[in-house]
Design a protein around this ligand. Sequence first.
Ligand code: NAD
Ligand code: GLY
Length: 375
Amino acid sequence: MNRLTVHLTDRSYTIVFSHGDLKPFAAYVRRHFHDARIFVVTNTLIERLYKDKISSALAKTGRSLKFISIPDGEKFKSLGSADRVYTRLIQNGANRSSLIVALGGGVIGDLAGFVAATYMRGVALVQMPTTLLAMVDSSIGGKVAINHPLGKNMIGAFYQPRAVFIDTAFLNTLPDREFLCGFAEVIKYGLILDRSFFEWMQTKFDRVQSLNRQAIRRTVERSCALKCRVIEKDEHERSLRMILNFGHTFGHALEGLSEFRLFKHGEAVFLGMVVAAHLSFKLKKISEADCAGIESFIKKFVIRFLTKPMRRFLGDVSESEFYQKLKSDKKVTQNSIRFIILRKIGRAGIQENVSELLVRQSIAYLNQWVNALHR
Ligand code: NAD
Ligand code: GLY
C-alpha cells in the first residue's frame, strides 16, 4: 500500500493506493467518523457489483451504512439526480457529521461530490473511484459538478474530499472501452508534465492494458502525483491548472456537437489531443517529429474505438460549427479562446490570441488524420 498527500493547507488530504484491500478504508472510517452515518452514493450497476464487498469491509466498524443509487450514465449527472440523493439523505437522517462516499466513475464522483458540497452547507466526502479515469483524474482535485441542459459541468464547486481510496482491483470489471478512455488522461499527463512517463507508456502500454499489477500501479500513482503537483500550486484553476485541459477544449466541442451521443469523454479527449498537438506544431512550439510521435501513439487507441458513425460525424461537421462551439466553452474569457498547447513533450503552456485560421486548419487536419487511419 502506498500513500500520497495532497498539500492544501487546511484542506490537505491523503490518497491511499491499494489492490483488492479495503481495510485501509475501514480503518480510516473507524478512526475519523465516530457515530457517523455513512452514505455510499453510487449507481445501480456498481451497487450490484460491489455492495457486498463494501458492506463487509465496513461491517466491523459498526457504523450505520446506507447505499443511495442513481441510474447509470452521464445524463444522470443532473440536478434531478442530486435532488433524489438529497431526498434520500434527509429521509435517512443524514446530518453534518455524516460521511458521503462517492463510489464510482467520474459521473458519480462529480455528482456525489456536488451533493456533499451543498447538503447542509457541506458534509465530509470520501472519493472511491472505480474507473481508470476517475482514479487518475476526477477523484482528485476537488472539482465537483452537475450538468445543465445548456452545458456540461455548468453548476459546481471546488470541494476537496477528506481522503481518496484508490483500489485498482475495481478495474478488473471495467469494460475495455472505459479503460481506454482513462488512458486519454494518463497520456495527457505525460504530454504536459513528464516526457519520460510518456515514453514509458509508449513501451509498456501492453502490460498496462493486460492489467499487469506493477504497470497499473505505476500508471495510476504517477498520474496522481503529477495531478497533485498542479493542484497544490493552483487549486482554483487561476492559471497553471488550466494545462490539465490539454485536448479538452477541442474534446468538449466534439462531445457537445455530437450531443454527447457518439463519443465518451476520453475518446473525445484523444481526438482533441490530436488537434491540440497539431496546433502546437503549427505554432512552431513542437517539432514535426514530436507531433508525429504523439499522433502515432494516440492512433493505437483511436483505431480501437473509432466507429463509422464517428467518422461520418467528423467528416460532416464544418470547421465553422466547430469553431463556434469552441467559443461557447465556459472557459472562454471575453471572447478570447485560451488554448493549451505543448511547448515540448512534457511541458505545456497557455496560449491566447491564436489566429482563427490556424485553429480552423488544425480542426480540418483532424478529419484528414482520421481518414488516413483506415488507408
Ligand atoms: P462514468 O462514471 O460514466 O463510468 C463509465 C462507465 O463505467 C459507467 O457505465 C459506469 O457504471 C461503469 N463503471 C464504473 N466503474 C466500473 C467498474 N469498476 N466495473 C464495471 N463498470 C464500471 O465515466 P468516467 O469516464 O469515469 O467519468 C466521466 C465523467 O467524469 C464525466 O462526467 C466528466 O465530466 C467527469 N470528469 C470530471 C473530472 C473532475 O476533475 N471532476 C475530470 C475528468 C472527468
Ligand atoms: N480534470 C481537470 C482538472 O481537474 O482540473
